[in-house]
Design a protein around this ligand. Structure first.
Ligand SMILES: [Zn+2]
Length: 248
């Protein structure tokens, strides 16, 4: 899970549209939130990923569902409140169900308001652990610790990225002093592409960011590139993003 910035509400959510939708939902339970403009705005909010588990929301079972942070069964007046809507995959949405976040001790992480690293960490085996009661409830109610659904994917992605960083370090430090500019740029570009995977638009970016900040190879690579003047402003910015998103 990563921190998401919520933009302004999409124009479709006018006061009239919202009032009519709330009334209709109260009347017959219609899915008044299933509107392309709303889904598109939510997809942009999360770069097309589930706000909870960070899977890419594409076709099939992982397609985007409109999640109500304050469950619609308990808070029917908020079914079209923009601040209450999150993009989620079908499995996270179904797992959370009608969990009520309002009573004491039941609050979960809303990634548009809270910084996930404050509440959740990933251990060395890619298992999410709660740092706070809010984090613990989030992991439990969303099923973020489901090994079959997420644990195996996290492990594969994390371990592959760890090896990638080791390989990049190898390639960078073994560049001969007289390496051609072309060859040098090739390695630097590969580092930049790898670091960008911790950016908010990549699937499982929190896992990548966590692996990156824990990796001795990455620390060595960064130090070597800084010393050689190859650590660009772009890499610095990407490094800052990863540090902020890391669940260490
Ligand atoms: Zn999900």
């Amino acid at each position: 899970m990563i921190r998401l910035n919520r933009p302004d509400a999409p124009p479709v959510l006018s006061p009239v549209f919202v009032a009519e939708g709330v009334a209709r939902f109260a009347l017959d339970g219609s899915a008044v939130w299933n509107v392309d403009e709303i889904k598109r705005a939510l997809s942009e909010l999360s770069s097309g990923k589930c706000a909870y588990c960070e899977v890419r929301l594409g076709e099939g079972p992982a397609y985007l569902e409109v999640e109500h942070f304050y469950a619609k069964g308990h808070y029917p007046g908020r079914v079209l409140a923009w601040e209450n809507l999150l993009p989620a995959c079908r499995r996270c949405n179904a797992k959370k169900g009608d969990w009520d976040v309002a009573p004491a001790g039941q609050m979960m992480v809303d990634p548009t308001i809270m910084a996930p690293p404050i509440h959740i960490q990933l251990d060395e085996a890619y298992r999410p652990l709660g740092r706070t009661p809010v984090g613990e409830i989030t992991i439990l109610e969303i099923g973020l610790d489901d090994i079959d659904r997420l644990g195996v994917k996290r492990y594969k992605i994390g371990e592959a990225f760890k090896r990638k960083l080791e390989d990049l370090l190898d390639r960078y430090v073994s560049l001969p002093v007289n390496a051609s500019l072309h060859r040098r740029r090739g390695v630097v570009r590969a580092v930049r592409d790898a670091v960008a995977k911790a950016g908010s638009d990549a699937p499982f970016s929190a896992v990548i960011a966590t692996v990156m900040t824990r990796s001795p190879a990455y620390a060595a690579l960064k130090a070597a590139m800084e010393a050689a003047g190859d650590w660009s402003a772009e890499l610095r910015a990407a490094d800052d993003i990863a540090t902020a998103a890391s669940l260490t």
